[in-house]
Design a protein. Structure first.
Length: 401
């Protein structure tokens, strides 16, 4: 098996996933194509050396359907010989795409490949692709289906996280993201998205609320109390009968934001990098995915982390930086609690609560964030992971070279 190295990582800023968001006029195809163009132009890349492009996309329908990766390859004027494939592992799609690209390099299928993802949530709303899991009784009843927010509140209920706990985490996420932007920590990866006329229309994460306080968050009503009372509390209590009463603590201010965005990571062998004059920035040390209990749904990150670290012969303490997608505050609090990870190692530049979660792209975005932070802080290893719909987790460990 060859080693897979990371040569570059880029992302768009995250635009608010609404009709008044700055990126609403930009299609998912354009977002993905601009990412590929950036990787090509920044690295003087001979695109005929790129064997495949793997892009995550969670709602692959309409204008972001029909294998958007291959369409983006062609639109970005890559070599005709560069293949493209779209992949969906719900919220971990972007990281799964990166893992697939890295695996192609490791196995010798590709000398160079790009992993990444794209999601235009303002143009193709979440859930547009439908699916049997929540709607077909044969799967919904069997898995005690409930929306993700119910799962997040169930985590808070089971593991003792109060409304103050999740709100405090959210405020800190906003502060860390604001500091990261103020100190230009994302400058190496983020590029300005252009419109059809070539004008830059967004060069910063638009969703952030750096003025958020405990007091302002306290004014927000729990988002999942009503669906819980109508049906879903009773559903998950059948699966978890030890829960006498659900505590609903999550709302828009301590949950991931709906945004538009795209990202890409360039992988290759050391030999291919040398042939193209590229210097590797990190090596992929290992990758893993796991299934977890689907009703609570969001506990996969700690489980897949344990699986991957065991496979690598590493301990939790061996990891210098952790990046866990902030789908909901309780998800991160639970992983830190379960694995005894100090907060100063977790999401040091904020996360999706502050900056947003463009579903298919986030995994690739936070992989790039971890790489940049390793270099900035002169650290060695990082673990990137996400919780996943239907109860899964995906993780990747990288180390600087």
């Amino acid at each position: 098996m060859a080693d897979a190295y990371i040569f570059d990582a880029v992302r768009t800023p995250r635009g608010k996933g609404k009709k008044d968001g700055a990126l609403h006029e930009i299609t998912a195809l354009s977002l993905a194509s601009q990412v590929l163009e950036q990787l090509r132009d920044r690295n003087g890349l001979d695109t005929s050396a790129v064997d495949d492009v793997v892009l995550g996309c969670v709602s692959p329908v309409g204008e972001q359907g029909a294998d958007i990766a291959r369409t983006a390859v062609l639109t970005a004027d890559y070599a005709e010989s560069t293949a493209g494939v779209q992949v969906n592992r719900f919220c971990a799609s972007g990281l799964e795409a990166c893992n697939m690209a890295a695996a192609k390099v490791m196995t010798g299928e590709a000398g160079m490949a790009i992993g990444g993802g794209v999601e235009s949530m303002s143009r193709v709303p979440m859930g547009s692709d439908g699916g049997a899991w929540p709607t077909d009784p044969s799967s919904a009843f069997k898995t005690y289906f409930a929306p993700q927010g119910i799962g997040a509140d169930l985590i808070a209920t089971l593991y003792g996280f109060s409304r103050d706990d999740v709100d405090a985490y959210a405020v800190e996420s906003q502060k860390r993201a604001a500091r990261a932007w103020a100190e230009n920590r994302f400058a190496r990866s983020v590029f300005g998205v252009k419109d059809q006329m070539g004008a830059v229309i967004l060069n910063h994460d638009e969703h952030m609320r750096p003025d958020a306080t405990m007091q302002s968050l306290a004014s927000l009503n729990p988002s999942f109390a009503m669906p819980g009372e109508m049906a879903f509390d009773a559903v998950v209590q059948q699966r978890y009968p030890q829960v006498e009463r659900m505590t609903h603590v999550h709302h828009a201010g301590n949950s991931s934001g709906i945004v538009d965005g795209a990202a890409g990571v360039l992988f290759g062998t050391r030999e291919m990098g040398e042939a193209l004059g590229l210097k590797p920035r990190a090596r992929v040390k290992g990758m893993a995915s796991i299934g977890s209990e689907p009703s609570i749904m969001l506990t996969g990150p700690s489980l897949v982390t344990e699986k991957l670290l065991k496979k690598l012969g590493m301990s939790v303490a061996d990891i210098d930086l952790y990046e866990l997608n902030e789908a909901f505050a309780s998800v991160v609090l639970r992983m830190m609690q379960a694995l005894d990870i100090p907060h100063e190692k977790m999401n040091v530049n904020g996360g999706a609560i502050a900056m947003g979660h463009p579903l298919g792209a986030t995994g690739a975005m936070i992989l790039g964030t971890a790489l940049d932070e390793l270099e900035r802080s002169d650290k060695e290893t990082a673990l990137v992971t996400l919780c996943v719909g239907a109860g899964m987790g995906t993780a990747t460990v990288i180390e600087r070279v």
